[in-house]
Design a protein around this ligand. Structure first.
Ligand code: NZQ
Ligand code: ZN
Length: 395
């Protein structure tokens, strides 16, 4: 196990109906002037907006709104949020939504203090060391882990780039996780969010570092949890425990718990971010398409043991032949995504072969996938994985 610092200071308020008792006090810790950030309207449809606004009014908060944050949030929206904060002397940001809303709020929070343009700030990537406005979140979709981590992913479609940025000051101070707020998440987003959680666990699981039993067994348990609860939540959207298990998995999959102490770059996220940057697709869907192909591509004598561990401990596969067991694990993952109704080829999400080469180049340029991924991948490797994603997998 490698050295690490585990810093996950977000105050998690998990469970139902906490907002009315706790939100006002939480906000008052930071100030009265609030920027309320949300997406395209799901919180207006399900009543959460009204609940929050009522609490803000009763608490005599002054607030301005940044609404319409896009899935794959745009830098233009971040700029708009920074302006609103400056014009209104905002003291605390309240993000109500999924990862896109929270990510947008994070970069607004940092941009408020930065003299740089928002996109230049994103280009600092993981090393933002300046101040940020305090962020409180109310999570509405189990997926990214943004509610409990320092990262944000912002898109600049003018230059076809989607990049991660982050810093400790951007970690939410408090996050409210009420599973009931995810009851209205539609089937396709429930599946995509679950695929994203699984991908975070898989990216951390397949690393070269050895002797990481803690991280690996936590990851295996979380993967089994998602595999069990995603279909239940899709069938019974108001099943509290299924939603609760997905929600807590989302946070734990990407708060450092399973990634700390393990070194190396992620593989599927850099490849997926290019698909979203060029085609604006749903992040979790892109990951579900790429991950089984990536697994098949990197499976070799050198990696087979880890794949056998994945097959046994996550899927309960008992096959004794290592190579067959490894392949059965990959097949199980592919079929799980298929059974969740996720489109499993690139053409099904509107992606043909036209831009595969340029996306492969950017995936390599924007990451260290070629240097220190589990199996280092160059442009040709990435392009091959994209090409394999044009057609259904056969086993
Ligand atoms: O915009 P609204 O109207 O709210 O609708 C959203 C959106 O259409 C809807 N939704 C969310 N909560 C809902 C709901 N609909 C009904 N009921 C609810 N309770 O779901 C759609 C997707 O929302 P979004 O926030 O985009 O999804 P997600 O949480 O998956 O976030 C995706 C973004 O996060 C980035 C992704 O790249 C992508 O840009 N990521 C952020 C990470 C991080 N900060 O650590 C890591 C991830 O790997 C990821 O890259
Ligand atoms: Zn992700």
């Amino acid at each position: 196990m490698d050295n690490f610092r585990f810093y996950a200071p977000t105050d998690i308020r998990f469970g139902e109906n906490r907002l009315s008792d706790e939100l006002a006090d939480v906000l008052n810790t930071y100030g009265k002037k609030v920027l309320l950030v949300y997406g395209g309207g799901s919180i207006k449809k399900n009543g959460l907006y009204d609940t929050v606004v009522e609490i803000l009014r009763a608490n005599q908060n002054t607030f301005v709104e940044l609404s319409g944050v896009e899935p794959n949030p745009r830098v233009e929206t971040v700029r708009q949020g920074i302006e609103l904060c400056r014009e209104n002397d905002v003291e605390v940001i309240l993000a109500v939504g999924g990862g896109s809303t929270i990510d947008c709020a994070k970069v607004v929070a940092a941009g408020f203090y930065s003299e740089k343009d928002a996109w230049d700030l994103v280009l600092e990537r993981r090393s933002y060391s300046g101040e940020a406005l305090p962020i409180v979140t109310i999570l509405t979709l189990a997926a990214t882990g943004s509610e409990m981590n320092s990262g944000a992913v912002i898109s600049n479609l003018a230059v076809n780039q989607k990049l991660g940025v982050g810093g400790t000051s951007m970690i939410p101070k408090v996050s409210f996780l009420d599973p009931k707020n995810t009851f209205t998440v539609p089937k396709n987003q429930t599946a995509a969010g679950s695929a994203d959680i699984l991908s975070h666990l898989i990216e951390n699981y397949f690393k070269k570092t050895e002797g990481t039993d803690v991280q690996d067994s936590v990851a295996e348990g979380l993967m089994r949890t998602v595999i069990k609860n995603c279909p239940i939540a899709m069938q019974e959207p108001e099943n509290y425990d299924a939603r609760a298990n997905l929600m807590w998995s989302s946070s734990l999959a990407l708060n450092g718990l399973t990634g700390s102490g393990k070194t190396g770059a992620w593989s599927c996220h850099p490849m997926e971010h290019e698909l979203s940057a060029f085609y604006d697709i749903t992040h979790g869907v892109g990951l579900a398409i790429l991950t089984p192909r990536w697994m098949e591509y990197v499976l070799s004598e050198a990696t087979v043991d880890k794949f056998v561990q994945f097959a046994r401990n996550v899927w309960g596969i008992t096959e004794s032949d290592k190579k067959i067991a490894a392949k059965k694990g990959i097949k199980a993952l592919y079929e799980f995504f298929e059974s969740c109704g996720i489109p499993m080829t690139l053409p099904e999400v509107g992606i043909g072969e036209e831009k595969l080469k340029v996306m492969a180049k950017q995936a390599v340029d924007h990451s260290t996938i070629k240097v220190n991924a589990y199996v280092p991948l160059d442009c040709q490797d990435v392009e091959t994985i994209y090409r394999k994603s044009l057609v259904k997998m056969t086993f």
